[in-house]
Design a protein around this ligand. Structure first.
Ligand code: NAD
Length: 318
């Protein structure tokens, strides 16, 4: 099996596996996952060369962090051989980006993860807070945490792409190391592409999450809570059926689409089984050795054309 490709993350010096492990499913947000399955899934990810794991206190109301922590410990892999990102500011109870809350939050996360430090701490879904508070209060608090060694790098995450330019235009260069965008670099929505030159010019590392559009681009379809319109859900389902009838897999096609852009350091896909690890790593290996299935991709893009770049509201609505 070919080695998993590692990609530099902005100016951090970190080298992330191109396939990143999204641990929200370990919080049972896409259906229940036992500790045994979680441990086996993470162990398989390590075996296949995945070195980047992303979680949040919000996923499964802290369950994802706890289960990921258990699974990382059970793997026995030395701490310096993997990269962990978690988040702050978004909780089951609601949003709180105050300096006090995020400063306590990292200690709680480290305890749940059974770690001494995380590589990246990200302000989670900042469109639900005041962006000026993020700039003036939250990020300075995270900079203090950097000095304590509890975190190595600072990130911001969210759905609307404007949040990234708003913050990055207002903080000194090098303050925000990483952005995490989701559902904007996949077959149905590739709006992040236009922002990549700007992010590069700022020296900011780019993580792109949800290549399967949080389940839209899977044969099983999305979970009930998925925020997409019925039109978008129907179009993605039609694309999945089309692929299946052709003997193809929509999720593989979607993974390969997202992995193709090397300006994206890691494509974070949520995984909750050994089989999903195998499939997503195989998609990356096939992309590196054989290339994309251009024919099927064009056909699927045609099916999704009426909903291309259609998204949904996120954040405080005025
Ligand atoms: P995703 O697009 O990665 O889809 C995950 C779903 O697809 C799950 O149901 C998973 O079981 C399933 N799946 C995975 N591999 C599959 C395969 N090969 N075949 C069929 N189904 C497969 O969505 P996601 O999990 O929401 O996103 C990935 C990760 O990115 C999250 O776990 C999280 O770590 C991160 N993320 C962060 C934010 C944020 O910070 N705001 C938002 C979204 C996602």
């Amino acid at each position: 099996m070919a080695k998993m490709e590692l990609r530099e993350l902005g100016n951090t010096g970190l080298k992330l596996s191109s396939v990143g492990f999204g641990a929200s499913p370990l919080g049972s947000v896409f259906g229940p996952v036992s500790d045994e399955v979680a441990i086996a899934t993470v162990a398989q990810a390590f075996r296949r060369g995945i070195n980047f794991f992303d979680t949040s206190p919000y996923y499964g109301g802290t369950l994802s962090e706890k289960v990921l922590g258990k699974a990382l410990k059970a793997s026995g892999i030395p701490r310096n051989e993997y990269i962990v990102s978690t988040k702050c500011g978004r909780y089951k109870e609601g949003f709180d980006f105050s300096a006090d809350r995020v400063t306590r939050s990292i200690d709680e996360s480290l305890a749940r993860l059974q770690l001494d430090y995380v590589d990246i701490l990200q302000c989670h879904d900042i469109e639900f807070g005041s962006l000026d508070q993020i700039i003036n209060e939250t990020i300075p608090a995270l900079q203090k945490l950097k000095q304590t060694g509890k975190i190595r790098f600072i990130g911001i995450t969210g759905l609307p792409l404007e949040i990234f330019t708003y913050v990055l235009d207002r903080v000194p260069p090098g303050t925000v190391d990483v952005i995490l965008s989701y559902c904007h670099y996949g077959i149905n929505d590739s709006a992040l592409e236009d922002l990549l030159p700007y992010l590069k010019s700022k020296g900011v590392g780019v993580i792109s999450a949800s290549p399967l559009a949080m389940g839209l681009l899977t044969e099983n379809g999305p979970p009930e809570w998925h925020p997409a319109s019925n039109e978008l859900k129907a179009a993605c389902q039609a694309a999945a059926v089309f692929c299946k009838e052709k003997g193809k897999n929509i999720s593989k096609l979607a993974m390969q689409y997202s992995l193709s852009n090397k300006d994206i350091s890691s494509v974070l896909v949520g995984m909750n089984s050994v089989q999903q690890v195998e499939e997503n790593v195989a998609a990356a290996t096939e992309l590196a050795t054989v290339g994309k299935d251009e024919e099927t991709l064009l056909e699927v893009e045609e099916i999704l054309k009426p909903v291309k770049n259609q998204t949904w509201p996120s954040g405080i609505q005025s």
